[in-house]
Design a protein around this ligand. Structure first.
Ligand code: SF4
Length: 335
C-alpha cells in the first residue's frame, strides 16, 4: 500500500540491465535484505519488457516499470506483472496512447506514477515560467493528472523531483495543499553518496516531518543498497520507523578519555543488522554521558580507559575500555 495512511515505504531502482534477469534478481534480493520494499526497473525497449516479465515472475518485491516514450512498453509491463507503471504522460505520445496505457492498468488493477522532473519539464511550461519553478512542476503534475482522470483513472501517485532541494520541497508543499493523491518523494540527481544523502535527508526528511510523503526514493550515484540504507536512516531520524537501533553518541571533546569515535563506529557496525527498536547511547564522559546513557535502552558513559554501562536507566557495571563493546552487545542481545 502507498498512501491512505500506510507506513511510508522505501523504494530504489535497479542499475542492472533489465535484460539480465539473474543479475537483476540478485540485486533485488540485496535490496530486499537492506530493507527495500518497492523496486523500479527501466524498461527502455521490447527486450527489456520481456526481461521485466521474467524478473517479475520471481521477484520477492513489487516491481515498478519505468517507461518513457513508448506506450506499448507500458502495456507489456502491465501484462508482464508490474505492480505500478511510472510514466510521464506528456512524453508517451498523444491522448489515445495514454488512454491505452490507462486501460491496461485498469485491467491489471495497478497504479500509475506520474513522474514530473524539473530537468524534463514540458517546453510550454518552461516558456510560461521561464525556468523550472514550484508552480511549473505542480502545473505539470495537474495537467497529467487531468489527462488520466479524463479516462476515469484515479489510482495515481505523483512525484515532482528536482536536483534543487528548496525547489522540490516548495513543489511538494504546494501540491499537497491542493491534492490528496499519494506522493512519491525524492530529490533527483543528488550526486555521490555523501552529498546525495545530505540533500535527500534535508529534502525528503524535511517534507516527511511536515507529514508530506507516502513513499520515498533516495537517489545516489552509488550502489542502490546504499540508497536503501540512507532511506531507512531518514525514516528513523523522522521518527517514522522504530525498527533497528538508533545510536545516540556525543561529538567528543577535551573531556573524552577513551577512543569514543572508534567505539561508536564499532557499535554501529555491530548493530547494523539488529532489527530491535532500541536506542543505544555511546557517550564520552560523565558530564552528559550518564544522562543520555540512562535514557537509552543500553548506554555507555566513558571514563578513564573504562566506562559504565546503563540498561534502561539502571547502572549495571563498570568495565575496562576493551570490554565495553562485547558487554554492550551482550546486554542488547538480552533485550
Ligand atoms: S558527553 Fe562528555 S565527552 Fe562527550 S561531548 Fe559531551 S562533555 Fe564531551
Amino acid at each position: 500500500m502507498v498512501g491512505g495512511g500506510a507506513p511510508v515505504s522505501i523504494q530504489s531502482m535497479l542499475n542492472t540491465k533489465t535484460t539480465d534477469v539473474a543479475a537483476s534478481l540478485d540485486q533485488i534480493e540485496a535490496l530486499r535484505r537492506a530493507g527495500c520494499e518497492i523496486v523500479r526497473l527501466a524498461v527502455p525497449d521490447e527486450e527489456a519488457a520481456k526481461g521485466f516479465a521474467n524478473i517479475a515472475a520471481k521477484s520477492p518485491l513489487p516491481l515498478v516499470a519505468d517507461i518513457h516514450f513508448d506506450y506499448r512498453l507500458a502495456i507489456a509491463a502491465a501484462e508482464g506483472g508490474a505492480s505500478k507503471i511510472r510514466i510521464n504522460p506528456g512524453n508517451i505520445g498523444g491522448e489515445d496512447r495514454v488512454r491505452r496505457v490507462v486501460d491496461a492498468c485498469k485491467m491489471h488493477h495497478i497504479p500509475i506514477r506520474i513522474g514530473v522532473n524539473g530537468g524534463s519539464l514540458d517546453p510550454e511550461l518552461l516558456k510560461k515560467y521561464g525556468h523550472p519553478t514550484p508552480e511549473a512542476l505542480v502545473e505539470s503534475a495537474f495537467s497529467h493528472i487531468r489527462l488520466l482522470e479524463k479516462y476515469g483513472f484515479t489510482d495515481i501517485c505523483v512525484s515532482m523531483k528536482s536536483s534543487s532541494v528548496p525547489l522540490m520541497m516548495a513543489a511538494y508543499r504546494l501540491f499537497s495543499k491542493q491534492s490528496d493523491y499519494p506522493l512519491h518523494v525524492g530529490v533527483t540527481e543528488t550526486g555521490t553518496e555523501y552529498m546525495g544523502t545530505i540533500k535527500s535527508a534535508v529534502g525528503i526528511g524535511g517534507l516527511l516531518c511536515e507529514g508530506i510523503g507516502d513513499t520515498i526514493r533516495v537517489s545516489l550515484t552509488a550502489d542502490p543498497v546504499r540508497e536503501v540504507v540512507a532511506a531507512r536512516s531518514i525514516l528513523k531520524a523522522c521518527g517514522l520507523r522504530s525498527e533497528g537501533v538508533n545510536i545516540v553518541s556525543c561529538p567528543t571533546c577535551g573531556r573524552t578519555k577513551i577512543d569514543l569515535i572508534g567505539l561508536a563506529n564499532r557499535v554501529e557496525e555491530a548493530l547494523a543488522d539488529c532489527k530491535k527498536p532500541l536506542t543505544v547511547a555511546v557517550m564520552g564522559c560523565i558530564v552528559n554521558g550518564p544522562g543520555e546513557a540512562r535514557e537509552a535502552d543500553v548506554g555507555i558513559a566513558g571514563g578513564e580507559d573504562c566506562g559504565v554501562i546503563f540498561v534502561r536507566g539502571e547502572l549495571r557495571e563498570k568495565v575496562p575500555y576493551d570490554e565495553l563493546l562485547p558487554t554492550l552487545l551482550r546486554y542488547v542481545e538480552k533485550l
